[in-house]
Design a protein around this ligand. Structure first.
Ligand SMILES: [Ca+2]
Ligand SMILES: [Ca+2]
Ligand SMILES: [Ca+2]
Length: 261
């Protein structure tokens, strides 16, 4: 049994190093959502569950597009190096200070492409941290506004990612993350706030329509790559420090099947 508050010699030594700034504190472990966050969802499924979740997660603060930089530096911090962020597609760790628009920089990737519903970067879906991720500038431009599907040839500078003329397949480690980000967006944005009603479908080449495909593939990716501690911590940081809302599909992966059987 470990007694809370008990001090060991090693623990005291670590505390001294921490105080002296010689070691970085360990990344905080993921926490569960507050007990009453999903109150009212009990017994619901399908469209009723989706409607209730929409109500819950729409209680949120909205960031400006410039505040997104600071958001991503916190949400996507490299646990092994607090000066760096992890890039979504390439998986690379790159200095937080290398944010920008030039080759070698990282920028703000909209996983739900801005053109699918034409929401731009005004405060709203275009600044929602739940689907924004740091990405290499070149890789971001290769992804472009393509829908998600399996297949294609490997992306330059992002091993394990594939693309062809109409779709993009992210690396295995983030396939589920991508699926849960897309599905969050469809529940959060229902057309009642001046922005388009974002919805998933099973197509590619959605272009400017407010849809993102392919739902059947995203569901497979969600199953194959369940939420891990890093993704849960990211959800917590957005909830606690920035928007004060959560991605329900990270907290309750089973709700994907309940809403999209
Ligand atoms: Ca394709
Ligand atoms: Ca993952
Ligand atoms: Ca929607």
């Amino acid at each position: 049994m470990r007694i809370r508050g008990a001090t060991t010699v090693a623990g005291a030594f670590a505390a001294v190093l921490l105080t002296a700034g010689l070691v970085a504190p360990a990344a905080p472990a993921a926490t569960a959502p507050p007990e009453d966050y999903y109150a009212g969802t009990e017994g619901l499924s399908g469209d009723e569950l989706k409607a209730k979740l929409h109500e819950i997660i729409s209680e949120a603060d909205v960031l400006s597009y410039s505040e997104v930089w600071d958001g991503l530096k916190a949400t996507d911090e490299d646990p092994a190096d607090p000066d760096n962020v992890i890039l979504l597609y390439s998986g690379e760790s790159r200095p937080k200070s290398a944010n920008g628009g030039n080759q070698g920089d990282w920028n703000r990737e909209h996983v739900w492409a801005k053109s699918h519903g034409d929401f731009g970067t005004d405060p709203g879906p275009g600044t929602d941290l739940h689907h924004l991720r740091p990405s290499d500038v070149q890789v971001n431009s290769t992804r472009d506004n393509k829908d998600f599907d399996n297949g294609g040839s490997e992306v330059d500078g992002a091993p394990g990612n594939y693309t062809d003329g109409d779709s993009f397949e992210p690396r295995d480690e983030v396939k589920g993350d991508v699926a849960r980000m897309v599905l969050y967006m469809t529940v959060r944005y229902e057309g009642d706030d001046g922005f388009a009603d974002l919805e998933p479908n099973d197509r590619v080449e959605n272009n400017s329509a407010p849809y993102m495909g392919r739902l059947s593939v995203l569901k497979e990716w969600h199953e194959a790559d369940p939420p891990d501690e890093w993704e849960q911590r990211r959800n917590d940081v957005i909830y606690e420090e920035f928007q004060h809302n959560r991605n329900p599909f990270i907290d309750h992966p089973e709700w994907v099947e309940s809403i999209w059987p």
